[in-house]
Design a protein around this ligand. Structure first.
Ligand SMILES: Nc1ncnc2c1ncn2[C@@H]1O[C@H](COP(=O)(O)OP(=O)(O)OP(=O)(O)O)[C@@H](O)[C@H]1O
Ligand SMILES: [Mg+2]
Length: 382
């Protein structure tokens, strides 16, 4: 699509961007062994987990091993007041580990839940072997007895979902610039997985609740339990059980189980559209024709006159109109039905970097503007 080439010509692109963090990358020699993880029924023992980590991680596992006792002390015995969230894996607690003087998020596997040992191992391995500023840092884990607990760096601002969808009345909505920065950073995390990791890693669970935000609203991807190694050699896809979250899954993956990095690009498009519109991908509280965000957006993508009606009302018109048009063009490209016609994630990074920077330049030149003047200025630039 022309937007990508137009962005590239307008900005001097840092050609080395996809090679970022490559110094960390020699650890990923161990990645190919990930696909060999297997579980026999009697294997859910700590010793087995430790042996698997040692075997697959080839001595590169840097995360610490915590005892259950240490994590009880860190979370006041997993006190309900320390609980900060709950997902498919289990409950998440805020804690503080005195020995390392660090706030952490402690995620305890729910033994009755759907996810289990395999997800636990994949998460520990991926986050121990791959490091990037836009991937959450795994501080350590605990596999005492039946316990499966993951210990992450604590992300002060929680998840993107907490700041975007069903906002509590006392929370300020994210402004346009922050949204573009978050989108650009999250795309960089995916770019690292797709283009730097060897073999590539397909994330498979890109959604707003898995994008965590630090104190400066920098995004970091979390939850790698569903991640899959991408195709190698001449193969174009990997075939696998359909996993992930309804609404975010690419159509070809949902219908055939054939997974490629373009499946992640589709999920990125869904989240980016949520960021632009402030609408949840599946929202049953809306009228029936608006319940599926992508189905609702498809006809609107073709009608420029409707673009401003797609913007999140909580932005109150405070966005550059041209930026909105271009952001919608990027989302539409990522959401194409045909996987081959979707852009590579590196092209998305390039486009979003331009969008994020352009807004900074404009506000630096003119100062922040009121809703009215912003709209007028936007009218003139389009
Ligand atoms: N490292 C972290 N720092 C701060 N908060 C976190 C951290 N990890 C998770 N959380 C909080 O816990 C919530 C639950 O996270 P979790 O990943 O368990 O579930 P989910 O993403 O909502 O659903 P799913 O299980 O489908 O991924 C998040 O939405 C976030 O608010
Ligand atoms: Mg999650």
């Amino acid at each position: 699509m022309s937007f990508f080439s137009c962005c590239v010509s307008q900005e001097k692109i840092n050609k080395n961007s996809s090679k970022r963090s490559s110094k960390d990358f020699n650890h990923t020699k161990a990645l190919p062994s990930l696909s060999n993880i297997c579980f026999k029924t009697d294997n859910s023992k700590r010793k087995y987990i430790e042996e698997e980590l040692a075997r697959i991680g080839q001595g590169n596992i840097t995360s610490q091993i915590f005892s259950y006792h240490e994590l009880c002390a860190a979370t006041r015995n997993f006190h309900p007041d320390n609980m900060i969230g709950e997902g498919g894996f289990g409950r998440v607690y805020k804690g503080r580990i005195k020995s390392i003087n660090q706030d952490v998020a402690v995620k305890q596997l729910n033994r009755n839940g759907f996810q289990g040992n395999r997800e636990f191992l994949v998460e520990v391995l991926i986050l121990s072997l791959l490091h990037h500023p836009n991937l959450v840092n795994l501080v350590g884990y605990c596999a005492d007895g039946d316990q499966r607990i993951l210990v992450y760096e604590y992300m002060v601002n929680g998840s993107l979902e907490d700041h975007l969808l069903e906002l509590p009345p006392n929370r300020k909505p994210l402004d346009w610039r922050t949204r573009m920065n978050i989108a650009a950073g999250a795309a960089k995390g995916l770019e690292y997985l797709h283009e730097v990791a060897k073999p590539p890693v397909i994330y498979r669970d890109f959604k707003a609740s898995n994008i965590l935000l630090d104190e400066n609203f920098n995004p970091k991807l979390s939850d790698f339990g569903l991640a899959k190694l991408g195709p190698t050699g001449d193969k174009t896809h990997v075939s696998t059980r359909v996993m992930g979250t309804y609404g975010y899954c690419a159509p070809e993956y949902a219908s055939t189980g054939q997974l490629t990095t373009k499946s992640d690009v589709y999920s990125f498009g869904v989240v980016f559209l949520e960021m632009i519109t402030g609408r949840r991908v599946i929202d049953q509280s809306r009228p029936s024709q608006e319940q599926n965000l992508v189905t609702w957006a498809q006809p609107l993508f073709k009608d420029r006159g409707k673009f401003t009606s797609m913007a999140d009302p909580l932005l109150r018109g405070n966005y550059p109109r041209k930026g909105l048009y271009q952001a919608l063009a990027v989302a539409a490209m990522c959401l194409q039905e045909e996987a081959d016609t979707r852009p590579m994630i590196r092209d998305v990074v390039t486009a979003l970097d331009v969008l994020a920077k352009r807004h900074v330049q404009r506000t630096q030149e003119t100062g922040e503007c009121s809703e009215k003047t912003n709209m007028k200025r936007a009218e003139r630039t389009t």
